[in-house]
Design a protein around this ligand. Sequence first.
Ligand code: TYD
Length: 222
Amino acid sequence: MPRGVFITLEGLDGSGKTTQIRRLAAWLTRRGQEPVLLRQPGGTEIGDRIRELLLDSRSRSLDSMTEMALMFADRAQAIAEVIQPALNQGKIVVCDRFTDSTEAYQGGGRRLGSEVVLKLHRIICHDLQPDLTLLLLPSFESSLARARRRNDRMETETGRNENRFETEHDAFYRRVWEKYHEIADREPDRVVLIEGDLTIDEVHEQIVESVSERILSLAEKS
Ligand code: TYD
């Protein structure tokens, strides 16, 4: 049975992932390879409920271990319900965040370390690895400023601050940022690092180039 292609996008909050995923999906669709899209946490009915619990700023007392366990619970459901079935059907799956986020945010940001995250990934996710990970890291200062603006806007509009993570302090994000770099250095074959303050078009071009080179040849062969 052909195995599909699994692409993940990663980066700090405010790195422009959402826009890039939309553009990548449109590009793939124009080539006749409409992708299956999902985001983490969320993307399934159960996952969306877990997402609410995780991101709501009212979940203040959430312990770091609980947070990590919920991220993996959400991921296990997404793999079983969406990702694995789509890959088995030979489809392209594009996922907004995956285990690298847990390693960066819980492993780095919350200081739980990489080892526990990678171990849980092996057990809970059967070590499912993306074929390609696009890691968007614009400058630290500009992504932080964007994330904070987005959060303030949401608070003004809804009276609620949906994303608990965006209220974290700079030192937390600095640790997330460093852990992302560590992952990119450790796994250069899987992770393509797209760095610096590029325009939306420039990032899109780099994404399309990586996807064409490393992925579509794989899909077209199978
Ligand atoms: P979301 O609103 O989807 O933000 P973004 O558009 O930046 O992806 O919120 C997801 C938040 O959850 C984000 O701050 C990162 C965090 N997160 C973790 O801490 N660990 C994880 O494993 C995942 C998947 C997300």
